[in-house]
Design a protein around this ligand. Structure first.
Ligand code: ADP
Ligand code: MG
Length: 698
């Protein structure tokens, strides 16, 4: 990086020590280059005008041209507001500011013609625009059609560093950078993919001369950003445990063959077969396997896990399966012990509630190697749990296990055991590629035959009687019903109140002895929860009222209806998980989404998506669109990437392209040591210095 770009931000004309300190503190911008990398998040098309009269509220952002006719400041302290009446030839509208009131008030003038940009909202009988973008028409005249908009904040705005202020600063540098922005991509990549040169792209992104050139500029910068990210991930992947030394399972082994040929409960789906093959291809090589299996709810991941474990024990290793909850561990334990009974393989269960005495026995059997398969919760990560020869660990429902927890597994044997992580939250591929950079991905994209798609419907509260009548019909046919209530941490007490009231109402509508109703929630003792779950699983109760504790994994094939109360409060992937609890048997199954009348726009979109499709991947894409990647991967991962311009949710195609280019480059030159790649190597080094967080990705 050259001296010019490294110039401390204070030295830019119009910045100085005070604003400089603010830019450093609020935006992390310390020099010219970093300001150039603070990209606009949208653009205003300055060539189009709307009129006040034609505002309907449906057009989103509009641009108006007119004058301010009145200015009024109201309230004090936090309640301080600035209101201005803005009029064009067709009518008037109110402009409102809640922040930066004094600064903005001083800058407004009644004699100027302004261009106003923002989103009109109805306010009583009139329209208003909160925090509009406001520029003098004479300033606007000097601007090209597309004006960049930058994120700012209250403190920045108070010092004149609102979007417009940032734009002015940036523009000064943009005018000065010709010949000063070094290219960081090799000539071949630029020409093969027809990319805009870097300097041109930086200029265009801050001061676009046309929409087409802006698009090319953004594309170039996104690809660059994602390419370096993928290079880093792939380089780390080759250097990491994956592909490193581990145990070779040289054949599938006798146990596997005996089970597969004589005791398989049903023919595997093609997808299951393919994934088992992919796993075996990994483990037979003696290179460390880190594989993520994505499979929608009900796609049969358990059986794939079981077959993989059999390969391990057929090679004289032990295998462990780790589940996120006690109930789920218990259920896996039962399913797997049943399946393995005929071939005489013993299975152990280790969870928090296993008694000390039993626990000691299990510890001993693990250490002397007599116990081959252990199933449990994260209790099995404890250092006390030692294995004679652990060769494979399967982690079910991966998203609940952190990266650090996964790393603790490496220490369970001399070489790190193979790892298979299974998730039912279908993560869009672009995200998987990024967040699980060190994992290979297998997809079970096929459901076992004979599954009937679950019919999903949305009912409002006033239709409750219809819903209850329907439940009675289903119960009369011998089926069972889940009724799930939300449990959201911030309003836990309220949620419990709703749950308990719901339970009472249901008990009244479904009276004993004709109906039996179970209840399970997080505040119950594990034994009690278990007892109720079991009663339901055995068909002794007709209805299971529960919070989301039943979300993952639970398998009761006779249950045919899932009612989700206050379903607008649930996230999409959670709704999909819950729905996956039904449709496991041969009967037609239903998911009923109950809501009140008032639902947010996002809430509506979630419900519509659920009604429209059963496809977990489609749902994941919508979810990603609504929530953004940070939220989906959980707080642990959010903010780690801190991408400047690319968006993992929206730029999926560019992520894939970046991944492919990175692969190709590294295939030719695995450590970027060739002269033509030296600019890549240098830039990557520089980026890693400024983004220490990248090392925390998976
Ligand atoms: P998930 O992928 O959600 O963990 P499970 O492993 O619990 O799914 O499987 C869901 C149900 O499908 C179980 O009842 C299981 O026995 C059944 N199943 C799994 N594989 C097959 C198959 N190939 N053919 C028929 N049923 C299957
Ligand atoms: Mg499962």
């Amino acid at each position: 990086m050259n001296d010019y770009l490294n110039t401390p931000i204070e030295f830019l004309k119009g910045v100085g020590p005070e604003r400089g300190a603010l830019l450093r503190k609020e935006l992390g911008i310390t020099n010219f280059w970093e300001l150039l990398n603070y990209f606009p998040f949208r653009y205003i098309d300055r060539s189009l005008f709307h009129t006040v009269q034609r505002i309907t509220g449906l057009e989103g952002n509009v641009q108006l041209k007119g004058k301010i006719t009145a200015i009024q400041e109201t309230g004090k302290g936090r309640a301080k507001r600035l209101k201005a009446i803005f009029a064009d030839e067709t009518g008037r509208i109110e402009l409102v500011w809640f922040k930066g009131v004094s600064w903005i008030k001083n800058s407004l003038s009644k004699n100027e013609v302004y261009h106003v940009f923002g989103k009109p909202q109805r306010y009583g009988a009139t329209w208003n625009i909160a925090h509009p973008d406001l520029i003098k028409a004479e300033d606007a005249a000097a601007m090209k059609g597309l004006q960049p908009v930058y994120h700012s904040g209250e403190k920045l705005t108070n010092k004149g560093l609102h979007s417009k202020g940032i734009e002015k600063l940036t523009f000064q540098i943009v005018q000065d950078i010709s010949g000063k922005i070094p290219e960081v991509l090799p000539e071949t990549i630029i020409s093969v993919y027809g990319l805009m040169p870097r300097e041109e792209a930086i200029k265009q992104v801050h001061a676009p001369s046309s929409a087409v050139l802006l698009e090319k500029a953004r594309y170039r910068l996104k690809l660059e950003e994602l390419l370096f990210l993928q290079l880093e991930l792939l380089i780390r992947k080759t250097g990491s445990t994956s592909g490193g030394k581990s145990y070779a399972f040289s054949s599938v082994g006798d146990v596997f063959n005996e089970f597969y040929n004589n005791h398989l409960p049903f023919e595997l789906t093609n997808a299951q077969k393919r994934v088992v093959k992919e796993i075996y291809a990994d483990v037979r090589k003696g290179q460390h396997m880190n594989r993520l299996i994505q499979g929608d709810v009900g796609s049969g991941k358990t059986l794939v896990a079981l077959l993989s474990m059999l390969i391990a024990i057929g090679n004289d290793f032990q295998a462990a399966l780790m589940a996120p909850t006690e109930i789920l561990a218990q259920q896996h334990y039962e399913t797997i012990s049943d399946l393995l009974k005929p071939i005489g393989v013993e299975v152990g269960l280790l969870t928090g509630s296993v008694k000390t005495k039993e626990r000691r026995v299990i510890h001993e059997q693990l250490e002397n190697g007599s116990l081959k398969i252990l199933i449990g919760t994260h209790a099995l990560l404890e250092p006390k749990v030692k294995f004679a020869n652990l060769g494979l660990v399967v982690i079910d429902e991966q998203h609940r296990f952190g990266v650090a927890q996964r790393a603790r597994l490496w220490k369970k044997n001399k070489l790190p055991p193979h790892v298979l992580v299974m998730t039912a939250t279908p993560i869009p591929r672009t995200l998987a590629m990024t967040f699980y950079g060190d994992l290979d991905v297998s997809v079970i994209d096929e459901l076992p035959p004979g599954r009937k798609p679950i019919k999903t419907v949305h009912y409002e509260e006033q239709s409750r009687l219809i819903v209850f009548d329907f439940l009675k019909t289903e119960i009369a046919l011998g089926r069972q019903v889940y009724i799930v209530y939300p449990l959201i941490e911030e309003s836990e007490t309220l949620d419990y109140k709703n749950l308990m009231e719901g339970f009472e109402a249901i008990s009244r509508s479904f009276p004993k002895p004709q109906y039996q109703v179970s209840i399970v929630h997080g505040k119950m003792k594990p034994e009690d929860k278990d007892f109720e779950m079991r009663r339901f699983a055995k068909g002794e109760t007709n209805i299971m009222v529960a919070t989301t504790v039943i979300e993952v994994g639970v398998n009761v094939p006779n249950a045919s209806v899932m009612v989700i109360e206050s379903s607008e409060k649930f996230g999409l992937s959670q709704l999909h998980q819950l729905r996956g609890r039904v449709g496991r048997g041969a009967e037609k199954s239903y998911c009923i989404l109950m809501t009140g009348e008032k639902i947010s726009r996002e809430g509506k979109k979630r419900l519509q998506t659920m009604v429209r499709t059963n496809d977990g991947f489609e749902i994941a894409e919508v979810d990603l669109e609504i929530r953004g990647p940070g939220d989906i991967m959980g707080t642990q991962q959010s903010g780690v990437l801190n991408l400047q311009i690319a968006n993992l949710a929206r730029d999926g195609k560019i992520v894939s392209l970046a991944r492919n280019i990175a692969k190709e480059v590294l295939h030719q030159d695995s450590n970027l040591s060739q002269p033509e790649n030296s600019i890549l190597r240098e830039e990557l080094k520089r980026i890693l210095k400024s983004k220490p967080n990248w090392s925390k990705i998976s």
